[in-house]
Every structure is written in C-alpha cells, then in structure tokens.
Design a protein around this ligand. Structure first.
Ligand code: ADP
Ligand code: MG
Length: 447
C-alpha cells in the first residue's frame, strides 16, 4: 500500500541484535517466547541477527545503511549496547549515526540500562522476565530521549564512548571475577560480592575531577519521535493510558504468567561463555606507579592474565573539558589521593537491574555521578551499603566512608600496581583513565 509520507504512520523497522551468550544463555528462547510476539502485535517490522562473537555487533552497525532503520535494539546485557554505540561512533558519519535511536531488551546478566529505563517509565523495580516484559512494552511505544555519553580515554590514548559507568576496585573486581558464575544470571553479582567482601582489598590512587557546583535534580523530559519524524512531547502520566490503548496490558499479564511457567518447567543447562580472542599483555609499565605495592594484591584468581577487551579508535566530539592524559590537571579541578575500596563513575540511575545506585541520575542530565568508598570501612558497613542500594537508600545512610560528587569530567590515576578497570562492565586496559560527559549525544528508546 502507498502511504502519503507524513500523514499516515508507517511501520517502524528495528534492527534486533541478539547475543545468544548473554546472561544465562537463554536469550534466543526469550526472544521467541516474549519479544517477537509482542513487537509483531505492535506492528513493528524487524530483522533479527544473532551475534556470533565478540565485536560482531560493533562491525555490523558500522556497515548498515542508516536510512533503512528506525532503531537498533540489543537483546542482551549492557555489554552488547556498548559495542553498538562504539560501532556507530567509529563510522565516518558518526554525527548522524549516533542519533539512531538505540534500545535494549534485557537478556544479559548485567542489565543496568534496562533497570534505568524501567525506573524512568514509572514501573516498580523488576528483574528477569518481568523487567524484560516492561522493556518490550516500552520499546513498542517507542518514545525516544536524548542520552548522555561519556568519552573515556585510557593510558594508551584509546578513546571509547560509554553510557553507564567506569569502575575501579570492588565493583570492577566483582564484575569481572563473577564472569565464572555467569550461568547464575544476575545472581552472579551477589555471589561475587560475598567472595570479594571476604577478601576485601584497598587500592591507592589519585582521583581528580571537575565538580558541578550547581547540580540540582534535573527535570527529565521525554520526546516522542513520531513515525513521520516530528517531535511530540510526552508526559509520564500518559504511560498507563498509552499502554492500555495498545491493548498490551492484558497481553503483558498473560505472557508473564506463561513465561513464569515455562521458565520453571524448562530449566536450561548452565552455560559458559567462550573466552574471547588471543591474550594481550597488560601494559603496566607505561605509567608511573608509586613504589608501594599492596601485599593483598596477590590473589591468583584475580590476577591471572585476563586480557582486556580490544578497542578500536572512535571518532566523536572533541573533549573540551579534559587536557591530554599526560598533561597536568587544570587548577579549577579537585584532587584527592586516597586508599580506595572502590571508585565508581556512573551516569545512569542503575548499576544493575536491582542496584539503584544513583537515584538522582537522569539520561540527559549532563552529569557524571562520581562515588568513592574510602579504606577503613568495615566489611559489615560495606555489605549494608550494597544491601541498601537495592532500594537506593545507601545515600541516606550517611556513611562517612562513602563520598558522592556530581562532576563533568574526571581523571583516575591508580597508584596500586595491579587491578581491574571496567567501562560499562567491560574490562579495559589498567592505568590512568579520564573521562568527560557529552550531553545528549545519543538517542535512547525509553518508551
Ligand atoms: P552479559 O550482561 O551477560 O555480560 P553482554 O551483553 O554484556 O551480556 O555480553 C557479554 C559479552 O558477550 C560482550 O562483550 C559481547 O561482545 C560478547 N558476545 C556477543 N556475542 C557473542 C557470541 N556469539 N559469543 C561470545 N561472546 C559474544
Ligand atoms: Mg556485560
């Protein structure tokens, strides 16, 4: 049929990228039982591609023709979206490419962004199939919002774009060490946390940042991108009306019951991710360490030579807030030198589907929420912090070891010889790292 452009809505076309190894390895099953039926009913057309290896999604989005798609949606954890974003930024037409609406349907073990989308929509915090069904509904409605990206530069000068976090110490250790419990799904983080608490370690480092003095809770405003490309403002109160208009409310309940039943009766075998590519030596000699080596660092599990993710050079806007990594910090910045239990820069409300780490964070507030926990905190207090984080109550605990600063840029210089740094949950090279926010650089499908 011939539609008159701009008058009648046309079917949305989504590129779905599914990681069959995400989470517990049942994303393909989830896709057939939940995702495809719902988006078909919502009259969305799609191409579904299964990723075959690490960086496959990254290469795919470099080659697509932008006009053919209304959005790229990953069916996986946060790691696959990180690949998609960086693939788009590696294109010569990155300025257009990064405006492609991107979305996520949580089928990984790390589903932080899905948790943030779910929260932004006004749903109660959810996990597993419930979170997935909420996110499918929101994807079907298709509201798009600008989302900040943070450019992260590591010591060899490689820059990548991040939508979630930079972590060092406790959190990145748990994230990477718990890969071996991947078959447990998101419970891997709970187990990993307990293991790491038992052998708690501290890291010496220098943390510098450009503080935001007038940071107040920003007002989130969603924009609906109508099929004809025009912008329609969207109010949060419309959510329930819109969802029931689509006739998906009942469908959601029916499907949820069906999914719980099928998940109970259909236990899948546990799954181990194949180890990625050939080992790359960690270059730890390229930056100045202090001579003090923490004796607690010699944990063979942690320090077996795991290779970092290979990163390609990306394009993108200039970093106007940070000097080159070799250059000194501007005078207006604040520097702290500490023994840290953890350093976390987060720019989403959630660090995991059930970790409400930065309740005040919005997709496009232009802020990096810098958290750090100083050495000296007791194991019990640290566990209490993480338990309170499920509801976002850790801030009110006023723990003297926990510091939060809203910033626009930061530089982290590890002074402890060995450790793990992650960007969006993916391991990067260890050493000095710096980052700055780029306000509203991407477009996220938030529903
Ligand atoms: P999870 O939250 O479970 O870790 P992610 O989406 O973060 O799920 O994916 C984990 C990693 O799997 C990513 O680094 C991604 O590059 C990689 N990956 C994608 N497709 C495949 C595949 N077919 N085989 C192995 N690894 C893959
Ligand atoms: Mg991951």
């Amino acid at each position: 049929t011939d539609f008159v452009p701009g008058l009648l809505p046309r079917t949305r076309r989504l590129l779905l990228l599914l990681n069959p190894c995400g989470g517990r390895g049942n994303s393909l099953q989830q896709c057939h039982s939940h995702i495809l039926p719902m988006i078909t009913e919502a009259d969305i057309s799609y191409n579904l591609i299964q990723t075959e290896r690490q960086n496959h999604a990254r290469e795919l989005v470099q080659a697509i023709s932008l006009e053919e798609w209304d959005g790229i949606v990953v069916i996986s954890g946060d790691g696959l979206l990180y690949e998609v974003i960086n693939g788009l930024m590696e294109r010569s037409d990155w300025e257009d490419a990064i405006k492609m609406p991107i979305g996520i349907l949580p089928c990984g073990s790390g589903n932080a962004l899905a948790g943030a989308i779910n929260y932004n929509a006004g749903f109660e915090q959810a996990m597993g199939s419930e979170l997935l069904l909420n996110c499918i509904l929101l994807l079907c409605r298709g509201t798009v919002m600008p989302m900040d990206l943070v450019s992260v530069t590591t010591c060899s000068g490689i820059r990548s774009f991040s939508f979630l976090s930079v972590a060092w110490g406790f959190i990145s250790d748990v994230d990477i060490e718990s890969e071996k419990y991947r078959h447990m799904g998101s419970a891997r983080f709970t187990v990993g946390t307990m293991v790491r608490v038992a052998s708690l370690r501290t890291y010496k480092g220098r943390l510098s940042y450009l503080p935001v003095l007038d940071a107040h809770r920003p007002i989130c405003r969603s924009i609906t991108l109508a099929p004809n490309g025009s912008l329609v403002p969207f109010q949060r109160s419309q959510l329930h009306r819109t969802v029931s208009d689509m006739g998906l409310c009942e469908e959601r309940n029916v499907m949820y019951k069906r999914s719980s039943a099928s998940l109970d009766t259909n236990e899948l075998p546990s799954f181990e991710t194949p180890s990625p590519g050939s080992p790359t030596a960690l270059n730890s000699s390229s930056f100045p360490f202090d001579s003090v080596s923490d004796s607690s660092q010699q944990d063979s599990t942690l320090h077996r030579e795991m290779e970092p993710t290979i990163h390609h050079q990306v394009n993108g806007p200039k970093d106007d807030l940070v000097p080159a990594l070799e250059q000194p910090i501007p005078k207006t910045w604040v520097t702290v030198e500490e023994d840290f239990v953890l350093v976390l820069a987060i720019y989403q409300s959630h660090l995991g589907a059930d970790l409400f780490t930065a309740p005040f964070s919005c997709f496009n507030d232009g802020l990096i929420h810098l958290f750090f926990v100083k050495a000296g905190i007791s194991r019990a207090a640290l566990v209490r912090l993480f338990l309170a984080m499920e509801k976002g109550n850790h801030i009110e605990m006023e723990c003297p070891y926990l510091v939060h600063v809203p910033v626009r840029a930061f530089r982290l210089e590890p002074l402890t010889r060995k450790g793990i740094i992650t960007v969006d949950g993916e391991r990067v090279e260890y050493g000095p790292v710096q980052a700055q926010v780029h306000n509203g650089l991407s477009n996220l499908i938030t529903g």
